[in-house]
Design a protein around this ligand. Structure first.
Ligand code: PEP
Length: 247
């Protein structure tokens, strides 16, 4: 079964109302591959303006969501608030949150379950640091991040797994096609063993880490790379070339 190509744009803590409106306008006007599912993720303050101006057919993701329904959780936003604002996806487990904000695998898993139970799709980020890769622990780290989620969530139909080696994020140092494909294949094999062949076949596994208009086409040829999560380049015109990597 063919998996639909998926490209996410993670704006991180970048942009202004003006610059985000310009990015949105560029996407609205662009000739994008109709077979690619596109989701963009602006800072939470700009989710509404993004949704308001973005054309239908392109979805919007939060960069994070909390695992409680509402209440005294200063600074957090809830799944219901996202749904109320027509935001249908969230990123979770981005390495910048795992490393800088020290989010544990269990916390990421709990938020993933909460988002999915509330009807929001999850772009679940996993990946190893350079130190872990050099110690030969890449698969162990990535699979244990996924296992924490699989312990709580059995239905992965609204999860897109984003493999993002930490050493490749924002560094200009992209994983080779072989390195990326090897981890994607290991993730798919693990999904098969843990959650069954159907989940393994259907789950999109996308790559993130210094994806650009120059390297996207080669990466997109790999059999287990089902799209990209794009940081820096998602703010630039080159994002459209990455969306069209399969053409
Ligand atoms: C990211 O933030 O998810 C990312 C992959 O960033 P970049 O493309 O800038 O490496």
């Amino acid at each position: 079964m063919a998996r639909q190509f998926f490209v996410g744009g993670n704006f991180k803590m970048n942009g202004t109302i003006q610059s985000i409106k310009e990015i949105v306008q560029r996407l609205n006007d662009a000739k994008v591959d109709p077979n690619t599912e596109i989701v963009i993720s602006p800072p939470s303050l700009y989710l509404l303006v993004t949704r308001e101006h973005l054309r239908p057919g392109i979805e919007v993701a939060a960069q994070n969501v909390f695992d409680k329904p509402n209440g005294a959780f200063t600074g957090e936003i809830s799944v219901d608030q996202l749904k109320d604002s027509n935001i249908t996806w969230t990123l979770l487990g981005h390495s910048e949150r795992r490393v800088i904000l020290q989010e544990s695998d269990q916390f990421v898993a709990s938020k993933t379950k909460f988002a999915l139970d509330g009807g929001i799709g999850v772009i679940l980020c996993v990946g190893e640091t350079l130190e872990q890769r050099e110690a030969g622990k890449t698969n162990e780290v990535v699979l244990s991040q996924l296992k924490a989620v699989a312990d709580q969530v059995k239905d992965w139909s609204k999860i897109v797994v984003a493999y993002e080696p930490v050493w490749a994020i924002g560094t200009g140092k992209v994983a080779t096609t072989e390195q990326a494909q090897a981890v994607h294949a290991a993730i798919r094999e693990w999904l098969g063993k843990e959650l069954g062949n159907d989940t393994a076949e259907k789950t999109r596994i996308i790559y993130g880490g210094s994806v650009s208009e120059k390297n996207c086409k080669e990466l997109a040829k790999e059999k287990d790379i089902d799209g990209f999560l794009v940081g820096g380049a998602s703010l630039k015109p080159a994002f459209v070339d990455i969306i069209n990597a399969k053409q």
